[in-house]
Design a protein around this ligand. Sequence first.
Ligand SMILES: *Cc1c(COP(=O)(O)O)cnc(C)c1O
Length: 362
Amino acid sequence: MLRWAEVHLERLLLNYKTVKKLCRKQVYAVVKANAYGHGSREVATFLEKNSDVYGFAVATYEEGACLREAGVKRPILVMSSTLEEGREFLKEYELTPVVYDFTELRLAKELNVPFHLKVDTGMGRLGFLEEEWGELLSELQGLPVAGVMTHFSSADEDEEFTLCQLKKFEKFVSTLKKEFPNIEIHAENSAAALYRFNNFLTHCRVGLALYGVPPEEGYPELRQVMKVKAKVLTVKELPPNYPVSYSKTYRTKERERVAVISFGYADGYPRELSNRGEVLIKGKMCPVRGRVCMDMTVVSVDGVSAEKGDVATLYGDAITFKSVAEKIGKIPYELMCSISPRVERVYFGLQKCNAESSAGTV
Ligand SMILES: *Cc1c(COP(=O)(O)O)cnc(C)c1O
């Protein structure tokens, strides 16, 4: 194997417990987009077996169906699709749709399946606007409303606005509860869990923190679940003033040892890391030289005893998704989601990992 992503499930479980302690609610683990690149089947079945996770949240019906096919039994919430797309899947796979406009509501009525409502309290994306709430409430009578949700736009950076959204949500919920007293109520994502809301909310929807990426300062300690690694294809010593990679954006000064890593932008290593990234080989930071290519990246191994076949760590404990994202003006979500299917996922379960964790944390 030349390139792989290790998924450390024992860390996922630690992060889950940390999040649970923080939000003190039932948790929907967000596993959309293949669990942010970690593998949604593996992540969901693992959590279902090893934790008290309440359910899972995905973006599409296909994602939900795929979890059911893998044997997942707990509730699955489909957050951003249409019932037109979902109608064939809904009953066969027992998925819970999120209804966010009147077209969806009409179809939900027709299909007569339990659903969650989504209201817009300041995200400006999916959900009924405040001006529609009156009409909405009047149309809900007798329908199988199972839950209600909203989504925060700025939980990691604007407390005042977040509290404002929460208040607006509470207003809607208090009216809704008169007719539907026992529904699920959820708003928090990973960042909002830090507010430790202790109120009318019953559930939360957490993704990022489960995968070990702290959404903001002051978050309890998390462990990054994924480590991305690739092998050194070859090592050689370039002469002085020798160009490296496309467009010759780097030239050696003296003679310089370089290693060619079998990982490029097609694997999800951002091209923005050209001449800026670093990878870890034999415990040493090795700077990227020249442009990141589609399948390969060249790094300096001057003074590093690197050899053909050595393993380079592209993301891990010393090079986190968060730190790399900050360096190049991206967000960690993007970096995790872009690790391509060509990169094989390798899972470490609980037992395997106890042995491994004593071997070091690189
Ligand atoms: C993705 C998503 C979440 C999870 O957000 P994190 O920041 O990853 O915790 C929660 N709610 C909705 C509606 C989402 O789309």
